[in-house]
Design a protein around this ligand. Sequence first.
Ligand SMILES: Nc1ncnc2c1ncn2[C@@H]1O[C@H](COP(=O)(O)OP(=O)(O)OP(=O)(O)O)[C@@H](O)[C@H]1O
Length: 251
Amino acid sequence: MLPVNPVVEVRDVSFSYGEDLVLERINLTVAGGDFLALMGPNGSGKTTLVKLILGLLKPLSGEVRLFGCPVGRFRQWDRIGYVPQKATSFDTRFPATVEEVVLSGRFSRLGMGRRPGKEDYRAVEEALELVGLAGAGKRTVGSLSGGQQQRVFIARALAGRPELLVLDEPVVGLDSRALDSFYALLEQLNRDMGITLITVSHDTGTVARRVGQVACINRRLICHGHPARVLTTANLARLYGIPVRRVVHEH
Ligand SMILES: Nc1ncnc2c1ncn2[C@@H]1O[C@H](COP(=O)(O)OP(=O)(O)OP(=O)(O)O)[C@@H](O)[C@H]1O
């Protein structure tokens, strides 16, 4: 049965950068309130799928819909927050403050040339509080730890008060404690604020404990559903290509 309020619909989508298909006939629906992790090995097409969902790439065939609207005609980008893969790789010597970076998340709502007002600064404060960085607004981003910087970029996405938040590989370089508290934050945003979440991940342990659904991708959709149900040995072997050897007993 189709969900009543699909936020993202990926219908029969294939994509290639050159001759070889990177994604083949992907079908995936994300409903309002879902917390989905896209999982798969390096180069399996996760970032490509995220870019197709956000309309940054066009499918070779098939269709993507956002909030029921074909992505090519979708204009309500303030409903979507995006934390790209390379968000934290900017030059940290650049003297931008946390507040300035988070405020830039209001720009799509502000429109051209309008100066930020009270409501914008309130949204910035709220976002910093949500990610556990209240009071850090005047610090430079470069003076924060990797995990804190990651939170600044999530706060920037949250400042736009999105209904859907898409995070591409947000936890590269974090240790396991920081990783767990990061996913706890995402879980809280999903549960307490009802934000629909799509996150890209390599990790099967931490993610499986926190998310409501996983979609395993390796060019094709290998499986999709609750982690406890779909992360079976057989599916993980299909996903990561672990060879399953037949043991031959020669008696
Ligand atoms: N701009 C591009 N031009 C050509 N090929 C590309 C481009 N971007 C990605 N690819 C190729 O497409 C395939 C899928 O890449 P993609 O980045 O979507 O995978 P991924 O699952 O996100 O990988 P990772 O986990 O390493 O980030 C890979 O083989 C990659 O080399």
